[in-house]
Design a protein around this ligand. Structure first.
Ligand code: CO8
Length: 264
């Protein structure tokens, strides 16, 4: 598919933004291809997704500056909405999405990584919101998600100064969960995706929904969201089998087995 490849490897999918000649910058076509790639993933089969960029230099170097340079006010708003809609699709994708950030994650690149559930990066990764240096605001969710992820004070510093930060600083401020040598990054992301995929998929999805939806409301309403999703797990085969397996193990340790959760 055009600028985005999607490879399914048993229970995980690896989605690669493939426009290395422009450091994987997001133009309208890349955004459309990205939406189509996520729409095409069968979440009855795939239980976790890895999102990365082609090449060894860049994850995504931002929205396409050439395409944006001539936009009118209305077109700017429409372009912002286009990006926001696809990033929201990723954020609300039923199964977890891990960003494997293999280089520059600037502007829209930092923003797309923040719409993923988990971020890990390579040692050469570089993060930043350089928009105010270009005369615009972060327009693909950066003003909102960065503050929610790392706190308003640090988000404001990064956005107002437009200064880029390296992988170790991104790790220190909690923007990424781990840093790997470039050549180990994708394997580490796939390993984590497979660890997620080995767990009960209905429960994993419910956790994602509980965390995401709960963060948008007050704690009382958030706990009700959790209770409902917790309760819904008791209608699943996975809950019955997962708990029965634990009880069998207690009876007789030799009866231990790896549960093959079935999405049911
Ligand atoms: N858009 C378009 N093309 C890009 C972009 C980009 N964001 N980034 C890199 N490229 C292209 C370059 O033009 C160059 O193309 P060519 O070979 O045809 O000249 C190619 O990629 C390689 O780039 P460089 O030669 O510049 O590579 P360097 O290693 O010298 O530098 C950098 C790498 C530092 C990443 C540099 O390319 C750079 O500064 N890029 C721009 C980074 C940036 O400012 N990103 C933020 C963009 S704004 C944004 O993302 C806003 C999101 C919200 C939009 C809301 C819409 C309303």
């Amino acid at each position: 598919m055009g600028f985005v490849n999607c490879e399914v490897k048993e229970k995980i999918a690896v989605v690669t933004i493939n426009r290395p000649e422009a450091l994987n910058a997001l133009n309208s076509q890349v955004l459309d291809d990205l939406a189509a790639a996520f729409d095409g993933i069968d979440t009855n089969v795939v239980r976790a997704v890895v999102l990365t960029g082609a090449g060894e230099k860049s994850f995504v170097a931002g929205a396409d500056i050439g395409e944006m340079s001539t936009l009118s006010k209305a077109e700017g708003e429409a372009f912002g909405k286009k990006g926001n809609d696809i990033f929201r699709k990723i954020e609300q994708f039923p199964v977890p999405v891990i960003a494997a950030i293999n280089g520059f994650a600037l502007g829209g690149g930092c923003e797309i990584s923040m719409s993923c559930d988990i971020r890990i990066c390579s040692e050469n990764a570089m993060f930043g919101q350089p928009e105010v240096g270009l005369g615009i605001t972060p327009g693909f969710g950066g003003t909102q998600r960065l503050a929610r992820l790392i706190g308003a004070g640090m988000a404001k510093q990064l956005i107002y100064t437009a200064k880029n930060i390296k992988a170790d600083e991104a790790y220190r401020i909690g923007l990424v969960n781990a840093v790997y040598p470039q050549e180990e990054l994708l394997a580490a992301a796939e390993k984590m995706a497979n660890q997620i995929a080995a767990n009960a998929p209905i429960a994993v999805r419910a956790c994602k929904k509980a965390i995401n939806d709960g963060l948008q409301v007050n704690i009382d309403d958030a706990l009700v969201i959790e209770e409902k999703l917790f309760g819904s797990c008791f209608e699943s085969e996975d809950q019955r089998e997962g708990m029965a397996n634990f009880l069998r193990k207690k009876d007789d340790p030799k009866k231990v087995k790896v549960v093959d959760f079935k999405n049911a």
